[in-house]
Design a protein around this ligand. Structure first.
Ligand code: FES
Length: 579
């Protein structure tokens, strides 16, 4: 039973339903029009369910059913559920990238909550950008909030073995291009790799961000690891519906329990999971919405002392279904609990320590201990140097280790089209020690900073057995990808970052241990090239794109719009009384 801090007249929705005026007459009569009797909602918390279901989002197929289960819990607990569909951000379909629209969904979430009579909200997301977008919007509004993670799909099935989303797509695509598998093999991969509702089941961006949401305290304990088709996922949805009603009465809002320490916990978990490089841009943006300053350097600091203990693809061997059966996120957190702040509260009113109490690991090959870790540290590393003065990122856990210290000549592609046109050309002057460079793939340049950063290995090198090379871009990389890919180079080339000035044949030096990325040309040469550089034309001249280009920030700032950060809102969150 909720510890009630609020009277019904103090509910935010009372402004819509409870007062005696002409506008509230309209709200009540129009609610009656939808078939609800006054007893269905009067004096009850109105719970907005922000649902990112869409016919074009395969990761959220089950949300049509899950939303009914959330509603069931809300009704049972004495609330009034109101489903509000929001932009879906379907990773496999949206061009050029869902990242172009992450902030638009964040804005939509915030404005839905602000403009309608919501007392609390349930966020339904999971496919990559939906999780940070929903949470960013909800932080800015700061109503009682619980996140329902979509859950991973089942393992892919292929000829007696398993397939992992993304990771095995890249792997078998490379084998097809190398001539090692047939078109019929490739068709079987296509048919078997995605065979149930749910988000990607590798430790990609979706699993990384839903796990981070759980560690931040925004889901019910254990929620992020449950496979989407598992009946326990439906139960979690119903329990979420019940809990959010109590949270409204308790007036427990996310910014009451989210702090810099919560983000440290989330980063530790992401690192231990071997999580996605995308977590940097998302967690930095989420932190800012919560009024927490988070720098990319914090990821590097924590990476130096956090072991990678989840044996999950792309860094390891197993998939999210195995992870759940092995004990899931709660099990993993127990194995790194010495690195966590266990006193932080979560949506169920309990501390992280209480929420992982009694969790066990049932398969110590899937969830390792610090002593048997995949890597004893460096799940992610932040690089700097004259090629990336404001930083770049690499995932040492998912690359061939001999490339950690490497110098080679640049082979430069001026944009994505140039890359696609020339990468497989027999006449391309490239060898296994070359460094592949892609320009114009950042937040402004692509635009939208797509997941192009796992640049393809040229076909002739694949056939010669090469499977990893140093690759550099201002793009992001799918969390399911792997390789010695230097990503998020900041400032990006489109705005005149040094990446724009690199030429074919320049020697580029990567040193992961020293955390450096440099182009070996003189200062004077760099200055001369800069003087000769002129900025490219903007990629949009109308619509949302122009708003995006005008306000998008660079990767080290989380790629949020400058006008959405709390300092630009005079530190305010939430709910000005607008009539
Ligand atoms: Fe939706 Fe990967 S495509 S999570």
């Amino acid at each position: 039973m909720a510890n009630r801090k609020k009277a019904p007249e103090e509910l935010r929705s009372h402004r819509w339903y409870g007062v005696k005026d002409l506008r509230s007459f309209g709200h009540r009569s129009r609610t009656a029009q939808m078939g609800y009797h006054k007893s269905d909602y009067a004096g009850k918390p109105v719970i907005a369910i922000i649902n990112t279901w869409s016919d074009i989002n395969p990761c959220h197929t089950h949300f049509k059913q899950r939303v009914e289960e959330v509603k069931r819990g809300i009704w049972q607990a004495g609330g009034f559920p109101v489903e509000m569909p929001a932009m879906s951000l379907s990773e496999p379909f949206q061009k050029p990238t869902t990242m172009l629209y992450r902030n638009l969904l964040a804005m939509e979430t915030e404005e839905l909550l602000r403009s309608y009579p919501a007392d609390g909200c349930v966020l339904m997301g999971g496919c990559d950008k939906t999780t940070p977008a929903l949470i960013m919007g909800a932080f800015s509004m700061n109503l009682p909030t619980i996140f329902v993670p979509a859950g991973p799909m089942l393992r892919g099935d292929f000829r007696g073995g398993f397939l992992g989303s993304g990771s095995d797509t890249w792997k078998y695509w490379a084998e097809l291009r190398a001539g090692n598998i047939s078109e019929s093999d490739w068709q079987d991969v296509e048919d078997g790799i995605a065979r149930s509702p749910g988000h990607c089941m590798t430790m990609g961006t979706a699993s990384t961000m839903t796990s981070a949401a759980e560690v931040l305290g925004l889901t019910l304990p254990g929620a992020a690891s449950i496979p989407a088709p598992d009946s326990r996922h439906a139960q979690m949805a119903t329990l979420t519906g019940k809990r959010i009603v109590d949270m409204v009465w308790e007036d427990l809002k996310p910014l009451d329990f989210i702090s810099a320490a919560s983000f440290d916990n989330a980063i530790r978990a992401v690192l231990a999971l071997g999580g996605s490089t995308n977590s940097l841009v998302h967690l930095i943006a989420m932190a800012k919405r919560a009024g927490v300053h988070l720098s990319i350097d914090r990821f590097d600091e924590l990476a130096r002392t956090t072991p990678v203990i989840a044996n999950l693809r792309p860094s390891g061997k197993y998939l999210m279904e195995d992870f759940y059966y092995a004990g899931g996120l709660r099990g993993l957190l127990c194995n790194i609990k010495d690195l966590l702040n266990l006193d932080l509260l979560s949506v169920n009113g309990q501390t992280l320590g209480a929420n992982i109490e009694g969790a066990k690991v049932f398969n110590d090959d899937v969830i390792r201990s610090a002593g048997t870790a995949l890597l004893k540290n460096d799940g992610l590393a932040v690089l700097r140097g004259n090629l990336a003065p404001h930083g770049a990122i690499i995932k040492p856990a998912a690359m061939e280790q001999h490339l950690r210290e490497h110098t080679g000549p640049a082979v430069v592609f001026k944009d994505y089209n140039d890359l696609n046109e020339r990468i497989d050309s027999e006449s391309l002057d490239i060898h296994k020690d070359s460094v592949i460079v892609l320009q114009s793939a950042g937040p402004q340049g692509a635009p939208g900073m797509p997941e192009w950063g796992q640049l393809p290995i040229p076909q002739k090198l694949l056939k010669a057995g090469v499977r990893d090379m140093v690759r550099i871009s201002d793009a992001r990389m799918s969390g399911t990808s792997y390789g010695a890919c230097v990503l998020h180079v900041t400032p990006e080339s489109h705005v005149g970052g040094p990446l724009a000035l690199v030429k074919d044949g320049d020697l580029i030096s990567l040193d992961v241990q020293a955390r450096t990325i440099n182009v070996l040309i003189s200062e004077a040469e760099m200055r001369a090239r800069r003087a000769a550089w002129s900025p490219p034309a903007p990629k949009f001249t109308r619509g949302y794109g122009t708003l995006y280009l005008k306000h998008i920030q660079q990767a080290d700032k989380g790629c949020d719009f400058d006008f959405l950060e709390p300092e630009d809102l005079q530190g305010t969150h939430g709910d000005p009384e607008i009539h």
